[in-house]
Design a protein around this ligand. Structure first.
Ligand code: PGA
Length: 276
């Protein structure tokens, strides 16, 4: 296999698909899953429906290798946090995947590096697999700040202490989980929902920089074991080029993950990359 970390195809449904659409998605997908050879063996699929559709998604995906995760989870386990949901609630439903740090949460809901760190850390400690998003805006890319922004976001969320990282007790922190349990998603903000995909070259350059950061800070094993997904206008048409890059271990897909046909086409692209 030329993809040492396998391929993870993650579907971020955002605020789309209520109960009926969620059921229809899985009905459609189930019919086609038999056409995949590697699902659950090198190829992983995980969808992130809205919170109210999670239970339906869990029931409809039962007996398939398709995983289900939550889009936004609070760092506390319970309490006075109106509107939030917690890790233990998700665990009760059998859910063990979550997204953190999505740029829409950062842009519209006041998410900061600090709250991303808190959510990520708490979820990992509770045994979740976490897909943590980082990425630069268009203005930051045009100002040649892409790598600086990635370093800042990764430092603030992963480094234990020091000038860039927030202080925390020794031995704690998301970096403890750089063995595949923490997944990083590189999502350039200018490419999300815009139809403007980063070219494979642009994406690979950012992925290499993220892997180098992990290597420099946490060593070869952490860098080698941490999957890095690309996200931003990924479609079945452009997936092959992106997934053929050495440091791209899958994709976090919004619009093209909502319909079963196109999610299936993305899973097939994942298989193709795995067998190349
Ligand atoms: P998009 O969204 O594929 O619709 O651009 C990606 C994301 O926001 O994760």
């Amino acid at each position: 296999m030329n993809k040492p970390r396998g391929i993870l195809m993650a579907g971020n449904w955002k605020m789309n698909s209520g109960l009926d659409e969620t059921a229809k998605f899985f009905e459609g997908l189930r019919l086609q899953l038999g056409g995949l050879q590697m699902l659950g063996h090198g190829l992983q699929a995980c969808v992130f429906p809205p919170a109210t559709s999670l239970d339906r998604a869990m029931k409809m995906s039962a007996g398939t290798p398709v995983l289900v995760g939550a889009q936004n989870v609070h760092w506390e386990k319970k309490g006075a946090f109106t509107g939030e949901i917690s890790g233990p609630f998700l665990k009760e439903m059998g859910i063990s995947w979550a997204l953190t740090g999505h740029s829409e949460r950062r842009q519209y809901f006041g998410e900061t590096d600090e709250t991303v760190r808190k959510r990520t850390e708490s979820l990992l400690e509770q045994g979740f697999r976490v897909v943590m998003c980082v990425g630069e805006t268009r203005a930051e890319r045009e100002a040649n700040q892409t790598l600086a922004v990635l370093t800042k976001q990764l430092s603030a969320t992963l480094l234990p202490a020091g000038p860039l990282g927030p202080a925390r007790p020794a031995g704690k922190g998301p970096s403890t989980y750089l063995d595949g349990r923490l997944v990083i998603a590189y999502e350039p903000v200018w490419a999300i929902g815009t139809g403007l995909t980063a070219s494979p070259g642009q994406a690979e350059e950012a992925h290499q920089a993220i892997r180098k950061f992990l290597w420099d800070q946490f060593g070869m094993e952490a860098a080698g074991r941490t999957p890095i997904l690309y996200g931003g206008s990924v479609t079945p048409e452009n997936a092959d080029g992106l997934l053929s890059c050495a440091n791209i271990d899958g994709a976090l897909v919004g619009g093209a993950s909502i319909k079963p046909e196109s999610f299936m086409a993305l899973l097939k692209a994942g298989e193709k990359a795995l067998s190349a």
